[in-house]
Ligand binder design. Structure first.
Ligand SMILES: C[S@@+](CC[C@H](N)C(=O)[O-])C[C@H]1O[C@@H](n2cnc3c(N)ncnc32)[C@H](O)[C@@H]1O
Length: 243
């Protein structure tokens, strides 16, 4: 049996076939995309800066960064996910690197951004330490994650599954992680942003601040099918910090 890291990579290679059919993955809703752009501009240096995007996936956030005028290095362990990103970003000022988050290219970068990758990382502190080491002094970290754990979110997800079945909409992913994969992920299933903020601090980043991304949540809940999006949208947070 391959180790957990290999199984995670294989999972995303497979998921790349369907990942972008979810609008919140592909960021095809213009209202949600605009809300994300506001978050990126609020927390990142001026356009023109060189950004490392860790776990860039199919390139949805990468595309927003490129459109805002950033120079992006998009890193991901899954060649399948990055293949989609390459198609989406043909001609853009983006360099693609296939590899694990804890071995980023040398930089130096003005900022590091990630969306929805740290929850699936067996060593988030190690990865964020490696990112700090390739960020110039005073450069930024921007972590964008959903807080998916806890009883209420669990009940909402169960209700959402019933709604999906009723509406005939397939799940956002091709499969679930198995129990061994879940057990290897320190941030998966956290019910508060506390463990995430603690991991940022342990990785040596300073001036740590957090905001709840209510505009992004609102945009997502306004999009159809509304009942499904109201049930499925978890609290979304941005954690920002400095090297
Ligand atoms: C939920 S997807 C998020 C993709 C993208 N950031 C987005 O917001 O749509 C998680 C991504 O993290 C990548 N990933 C998971 N573990 C990784 C690791 N250790 N190093 C680099 N990438 C990783 C996966 O291949 C996948 O593309």
């Amino acid at each position: 049996m391959p180790d957990v890291g290999d199984r995670i990579r294989q999972y995303w290679d497979r998921d790349s076939e369907t990942y972008d059919r979810s609008p919140s993955h592909a960021l095809t809703d213009p209202v949600e995309a605009a809300a994300w752009c506001a978050v990126l501009r609020r927390h990142l240096p001026e356009p023109g800066a060189h950004i490392l995007e860790a776990g860039a996936g199919t390139g949805s956030v990468t595309l927003l960064l490129a459109e805002l005028g950033y120079r992006v290095t998009a890193l991901d362990v899954s060649e399948g996910m990055l293949a989609r990103a390459r198609e989406k970003l043909a001609g853009a000022n983006v360099e693609f690197v296939t590899g694990p988050a804890d071995r980023p290219p040398p930089g130096p970068f003005d900022a590091v951004v990630e969306r929805n990758m740290l929850w699936t990382n067996p060593d988030p502190v190690g990865s964020m330490t490696a990112w700090r080491e390739v960020t110039r002094p005073g450069g930024r970290l921007l972590v964008l994650e959903g807080i998916e754990g806890g009883l209420v979110q669990g009940l909402r997800e169960r209700a959402a599954e019933l709604v999906r079945r009723g509406l005939g909409i397939p799940h956002d992913h091709h499969d679930h992680y198995d129990a061994e994969m879940d057990a290897a992920l320190p941030l998966a299933g956290a019910a508060t942003p506390g463990p995430l903020i603690d991991a940022v601090r342990r990785a040596g980043w300073s001036a740590i601040r957090m905001e709840r991304l209510r505009d992004v949540e609102w945009a997502r809940r306004l999009a159809p099918p509304r009942l499904l999006n109201i049930l499925e949208t978890p609290p979304l947070v941005a954690v920002a910090a400095e090297a």
